[in-house]
Write a protein that binds this ligand. Structure first.
Ligand code: ADP
Length: 427
């Protein structure tokens, strides 16, 4: 139960943390790339502004006198190019090694010098150079200046950033997983402890209550043995106290039993022996036959095979008596309760079928829950709602299982399977 809780907690924690990390890294990558692109555009713009006044000089003398820019912070001849064009977009001259095989187009542009590779991208800024004619207040186009920059370095920088972010995200995820284990363990421990304490408390309280209840029962038994000492009215009260005490002892024992099966260190390791189920069931039927007769119910038992199992006799008796007792309890007069025993492969199969009130399909998933009782029987005296939980616990303890089918107004069918002796021997 707690292992499941641990895994679910850890998974939810990891999914949330992973989503946050991926969003965070994606955000950093996006912002940083945008900032790098903007820086590049600003750099190109500055360079264009510096170069613009040289247009006339280059137009008349060519680029051989163009010595203004060397390889410094602003211009890198390996990855950048400055080009001058006339108004017909014919190249007048160029500076730098980068080749841009396109016509100039005014504005900022990203061009692909080869179709597929993103490393062949070039960012260009093209300025129109014009001359103001003072007579007509009109400007006439003299040509263009284009500054280009290969984006290879920028892409490499972005790829490096992406790689670093992926490595950092994976490393953080590793740490988050370790932290997750630690956090989950710390979150589950107090719950586990509190459930453990609750079980211990139930076990202790049931154990402590058993003593006084047995004392009360003994006193009532003595009083009942001398009815002449009691008033008629008191006799009825003593009878009521005796039955209530009986019921409480039953409840306390059931609680103690469940607390012990829940908590491995509380289990008293009941003795396992070889048991012939045929005899065990026959004994139970003999014991409950008077109750069946009293309720005018036909109790029918048939065994088709001789079946041996390994287990605890007291517990198995309790399992089957709970089922048979329920069948008798929830079947009206003139009904039938049929018990069958057979061996199916390596399993002993015991079924208890009745023609009783049945269980609603919506209630079926709950009938093995502790203290669960169907509404219509909730107010009837006798039951505690623990009988089937105990039956299931015992079946599981014997490495078996218990299943149920039922239909309202038609009846119920409970089936218990337990491994037969050959399998048990290997334990
Ligand atoms: P209880 O002490 O109430 O019998 P159980 O755990 O044995 O507690 O059963 C839980 C509930 O399951 C019962 O209250 C009843 O509603 C339903 N139930 C169990 N066995 C039968 C049956 N054979 N027929 C109809 N209802 C049943």
């Amino acid at each position: 139960m707690f292992q499941n809780l641990r895994v679910r907690l850890l998974l939810s924690y990891l999914i949330v943390m992973e989503a946050i990390l991926i969003l965070f890294s994606g955000g950093i990558y996006f912002l940083f790339s945008r900032s790098l692109s903007r820086q590049l555009d600003n750099k190109l713009m500055t360079l264009a502004e510096v170069v613009a006044p040289t247009f006339s000089q280059v137009k008349h003398q060519g680029t051989q006198y163009f010595t203004q820019l060397g390889n410094d912070n602003l211009f890198n001849s390996k990855t950048q190019a400055i080009e001058w064009f006339d108004s017909e977009k014919r190249r007048l001259g160029s500076h730098g090694n980068l080749v841009v095989p396109f016509e100039p187009q005014p504005g900022l542009l990203t061009l692909y010098s080869s179709k597929r590779s993103s490393s062949s991208r070039i960012r260009t800024i093209t300025l129109s150079v014009s001359l103001n004619s003072s007579n007509f207040q009109q400007s006439s186009l003299k040509g263009y200046i284009r500054i280009s920059q290969s984006l290879t370095e920028l892409e490499a920088e972005k790829n490096q950033l992406l790689l670093n972010l992926v490595i950092a995200t994976l490393a953080t995820l590793g740490l988050v997983t370790l932290g997750g284990f630690w956090l989950t363990e710390n979150a589950v421990k107090p719950i586990e402890k509190s459930v453990q304490q609750q079980k211990q408390f139930t076990a202790d309280a049931s154990h402590e209550l058993r003593g006084p209840l047995t004392a009360i029962k003994a006193s009532i038994d003595i009083m009942s043995r001398h009815p002449e000492r009691l008033h008629d009215k008191d006799l009825r009260k003593v009878g009521a106290i005796a039955s209530a005490t009986e019921q409480m002892i039953h409840l306390v024992e059931d609680l103690l039993f469940l607390a012990r099966t829940d908590t491995p260190n509380l289990q008293s390791n009941p003795k396992w022996t070889q048991i012939m189920l045929n005899n065990l069931l026959q004994d139970l039927v003999d014991l409950l036959e008077p109750l069946a007769q009293e309720k005018k119910i036909t109790l029918d038992y048939q065994d088709l095979d001789k079946v041996w199992v390994m287990g605890n006799e007291g517990q198995l008796k309790r399992l089957f008596s709970n089922l048979i007792y329920n069948a008798l309890n929830y079947t009206p007069a003139e009904g039938f309760v049929m018990i069958r025993l057979l061996q199916n492969n390596r399993w002993a199969k015991v079924s208890v079928k009745d023609t009783g009130i049945g269980i609603h399909s919506k209630d079926l998933p709950h009938i093995f829950d502790r203290f669960w009782r169907a509404d219509k029987v909730r107010h009837r005296s006798g039951g505690t709602g623990l009988g089937l939980s105990i039956a299931q616990s015992i079946a599981h303890y014997h490495r078996g299982k218990i299943t149920v089918e039922s239909q309202i107004g038609i009846g119920s069918y409970f089936e218990v399977i337990i491994p037969i002796l050959e399998i048990k021997k290997s334990y």
